[in-house]
Write a protein that binds this ligand. Structure first.
Ligand code: ADP
Length: 302
């Protein structure tokens, strides 16, 4: 499976909601589509799923352009829209059968519904009305509906919004499990979510991609080169600031955060300073780049 997005543009009035977005996703990736509210995540997802048309650009699934005929490609994509619209008065199983009928003959729906109920863990609740379910199980129903036709690509728009912390963990685990067999794209503005489930992040801001890489690489590239050091007594901040490559030092008592130029590793010099000043080091480590910082740096402000 391959999904290729080329130069997508979508404008609402004067507002360029999606402004020249391109990326490619292969099989077996769980990709986080990250960005602040209004960045253009939902609009891009709606274009990929054929719900709305782009002004220009193309969406290619296995090389075929969706604008040439979504009909032949829709079985490859499953979509959970934002706010998970459901028919609350229908029974879970009935609702999934109804959804499956949009993709397949009546004779095939039983097996398809069994598969999706099983995949999302809805077995116990399949004969309840959707409106009687907790929010977490409604979300599972939405995901079951998105995958009832066993698509290769699952597109989930803010799948954990409005859930309580336990439900969030359950849905994240479910997405991780689904990601073993399917390509998953999920949008979120919550960094821990991306960290918990994705192996790649595409960060967008004002309709444009500002980063596209593995989470690991993003953290490494953007680690702010901060070293934390704890001495067994107070030392003078100015001796730390005098070390070559150090930009800033913060801290009090015996623990300090040393911010250095990006290519500088100041740990040896800190050690030598500690020896000179007879201030034994109790611990010293390079801080890992936090995804929250990266997100903030890339998407904050104008
Ligand atoms: P996100 O999903 O990242 O929160 P959206 O894709 O929903 O962002 O929105 C991107 C921009 O497009 C926002 O400025 C939003 O107000 C605007 N927008 C989205 N949908 C519509 C619409 N149907 N009509 C007009 N403007 C819209």
């Amino acid at each position: 499976m391959s999904l290729k997005i080329e130069h997508l543009v979508k404008t609402y009035g004067q507002n360029r909601a999606v402004d020249d977005i391109s990326f490619e996703i292969g099989s077996g990736e769980v990709v986080g589509f990250l960005g602040p509210n209004g960045a253009g995540k939902s609009t891009t997802m709606k274009i990929i799923t054929g719900c709305i048309a782009a002004d220009s650009g193309s969406v290619l699934i296995n090389g075929a352009d969706i604008s040439q005929g979504m009909k032949d490609l829709k079985h490859l994509i499953g979509y959970l829209p934002e706010n998970n619209p459901l028919y609350l008065g229908m029974y879970v199983r009935e609702y999934l059968e109804y959804s499956a009928r949009m993709y397949m003959a009546a004779s095939a729906t039983k097996q398809a519904v069994d598969y999706s109920i099983d995949a999302v863990g809805l077995g116990e609740h399949q004969f309840k009305k959707v409106g009687e379910l907790s929010k977490g199980y409604r979300q599972r129903t939405g995901i079951a509906r998105a995958m009832v036709h066993n698509p290769e690509i699952l597109i989930l728009d803010e799948p954990t919004t409005g859930l309580d912390p336990n439900q969030i963990v359950e849905i994240r685990n479910l997405i991780k499990t689904l990601g073993r067999d399917k390509t998953v794209i999920l949008s979120t503005h919550i960094m821990q979510e991306a960290e918990a489930v994705c192996n790649r992040a595409i960060i967008i801001r004002k309709g444009r991609i500002v980063a596209d890489d593995s989470l690991q690489a993003l953290k490494e590239q953007n680690s702010r080169n901060v070293v934390t050091v704890e001495f067994d007594r107070e030392v003078s901040i100015s001796s730390l600031k005098n070390i070559a490559g150090v930009l800033d030092v913060q801290g009090q008592g015996r623990e300090y955060q040393i911010v250095s130029e990006n290519d500088a590793d100041v740990r040896r010099a800190v050690f030598e300073m500690a020896v000179r000043e007879n201030a034994p080091i109790l611990q010293m480590y390079k801080n890992k780049g936090s995804l929250e910082n990266i997100f903030h740096d890339l998407t904050f402000g104008n």
